[in-house]
Each structure stands twice: as structure tokens, then as C-alpha cells.
Design a protein. Structure first.
Length: 218
């Protein structure tokens, strides 16, 4: 069970201190958007490379970009410990996942809300994580889509059948009021942006989210 706060909700003028605020988390979730695959533009490789150098926790790079086959390996090479590409954008997801792993990163594949899981189940052996988007990618602070929980369950069932240590991540609208249903559906890595950063103490919010999942598990 891991918490990966999204710095999309952080103060972009003070990213180093904003990373320090989430030092008790498991990951820092970094949303890279290119205004092509999604209608928003955030940060790119030079910034992520620097974040890797100053972050107290490993970087979980979520690439919402066109042509991840070309760009994603560079994020792994520059030190992102987990790199997520979107299956909707990847030309050769199997080769890309293998390249990411060869560069020393965990290989992760993301699915937008409208993308079904079943056609991609056979890619599981190449992956370390599957990200089920619980909002349409592109903007932070959106409402959680509970109708994505059956997809999380389907991925969990596939992981059970396949075996192996494959994480299931949820991203979008994850908060104190939605994290338990995500855990119940089978997610074990939780991306939370505003739910962590919108309070005085990000650390207290991280602890609270952890406690909710732990209570649910018992």
C-alpha cells in the first residue's frame, strides 16, 4: 500500500520545498503533459531530471504525452524510478516496457477511463504497474469516477491469475472519501494531489490516507 502525492497540486514556484513536504510518502507523482496527448502543458525532462536530484522520495513519472516510445526511456535514464506511458499513445508497448526496465525503471502502463483492460492483459508479464485513470487525464482537481472500479477489479483479477508483483495504481480524484473504494477494488498505489497538498500538513494527510486503507484492509 503506497501513497504517491501528485505535485500537479503543488506550488510550481517552490517544487523542492513542496517535495520536502511529502517526504513521508512512498513516491512523488510527476505529471508530464505535452498539450498533444492531453489538452494541458506542464513540465518536461529538464525539470524532472532536477526533481530526481532533490526529491526525498523516488519519482513516479506519469507521461501523458504523444510518442512515449521515443521520450519515455529518457525519463528512466535520467533517474525516474517508475515511468508510466499511456497505452493509447504507445506504438510498441511491449518493446517500450522492456526498454524502461533495461534502463533501470519500473515499467508502468496507464489506461484512460474509456480504454478497456481486456485487450492489453497479455502485456502483464512486461509490466511492474498498471495505472487505471479515475479521471480523464489532463487536469488536476477533477471529480473521481467510481465507474472505473470494475476496471480496477478486472486488472486485479488478471494479476491474480498471472501472479507476480504487479502494482495497481489509481490516479484522479483520490481522497479521504474515495480511497477506500479504490482499495476495495484492488488498488495498492494511490495518487492524491489536492487531497494531500490542500492542507497545512501534507504529512498528516498522507498518514490519514494510509490509515483509511489500513483500516479497510483489516
Amino acid at each position: 500500500m503506497q501513497i504517491s502525492p501528485s505535485i500537479l497540486a503543488a506550488d510550481f514556484a517552490n517544487l523542492q520545498s513542496e517535495l520536502d513536504r511529502i517526504a513521508t510518502a512512498d513516491w512523488a507523482h510527476v505529471d508530464v503533459m505535452d498539450a498533444q496527448f492531453v489538452p494541458n502543458l506542464t513540465i518536461g525532462l529538464p525539470v524532472v531530471e532536477r526533481l530526481v536530484e532533490v526529491s526525498p522520495v523516488p519519482i513516479d513519472a506519469h507521461l501523458m504525452i504523444a510518442d512515449p516510445d521515443r521520450w519515455a526511456p529518457m525519463y528512466a535514464e535520467r533517474g525516474a524510478e517508475s515511468v508510466t506511458f499511456h497505452i493509447e499513445a504507445a506504438a510498441d508497448p511491449r518493446a517500450l516496457a522492456r526498454t524502461l526496465r533495461a534502463a533501470g525503471a519500473r515499467a508502468s502502463m496507464a489506461l484512460k477511463p474509456g480504454t478497456p483492460w481486456a485487450p492489453y492483459e497479455d502485456l502483464l508479464p512486461e509490466l511492474d504497474m498498471v495505472l487505471v485513470m479515475t479521471v480523464e487525464p489532463g487536469f488536476g482537481g477533477q471529480a473521481f469516477m467510481a465507474d472505473q472500479m470494475p476496471k480496477v477489479r478486472a486488472v486485479r483479477e488478471s494479476v491474480r491469475r498471472f501472479g507476480g508483483e504487479i502494482w495497481i495504481q489509481v490516479d484522479g480524484g483520490v481522497s479521504a472519501s474515495t480511497i477506500e473504494q479504490c482499495a476495495e477494488a484492488g488498488a495498492d498505489v494511490f495518487v492524491a494531489g489536492t487531497a494531500v497538498y490542500n492542507a497545512e500538513s501534507a504529512a498528516a494527510n498522507i498518514t490519514h490516507l494510509r490509515e483509511l486503507v489500513a483500516a479497510h484492509r483489516h
